[in-house]
Design a protein. Structure first.
Length: 151
């Protein structure tokens, strides 16, 4: 049976939901769409701009005094240190679109993140975004990576 290569949102999320919660068969450990369902950096963090990042097992929420944006995980790849997420329908900007959030630890052990795309039309186009992990000052879509400090 030939597979349809067109991703339809409903089928994609259903398939990916099953993929993320299904028990591991031991195969596909190199596949970023493996059964990883727990993010390695779960916790509460402050960034340099006065925002609070609540990074959970299913969503990453960024809050300040006058707004909150949430990103629901579609794909987690702890080995490559990134997630692809769908922007919440309640977000003020790019609601319902897709983001890629990358993270890294520098030589001193400080955690940085980069939202290298926030308005991708599909999970695949968000996945295609790449940040420069060797350039903390301009390697995040020509912006600096943001420092996350644990609360």
């Amino acid at each position: 049976m030939k597979h349809d290569t067109t991703i339809r949102t409903g089928h994609f999320f259903l398939s990916l939901s099953i993929l993320l919660v299904a028990p591991s068969s031991g195969c596909g450990d190199d596949d970023p769409q493996n059964d990883e369902s727990t993010l390695d950096i779960v916790g509460l963090y402050d960034d340099e701009y006065g925002q609070v990042h609540s990074i959970g097992d299913a969503a990453w929420t960024v809050s300040a005094t006058d707004y909150s944006s949430s990103y629901d995980y579609v794909l987690i790849d702890n080995d490559a240190s990134f997630i692809v997420a769908q922007n919440s329908a309640d977000n003020d900007y790019s609601a319902g679109l897709f983001s890629r959030l990358d993270w890294l630890f520098d030589a001193e052990g400080s955690l940085y993140y980069c939202q290298c795309v926030y308005d991708a039309q599909s999970p695949d186009s968000a996945l295609a975004c790449e940040s420069d992990r060797d350039d903390l000052s301009m390697g995040c879509a020509d912006f600096a990576w943001s420092l996350l400090t644990p609360q």
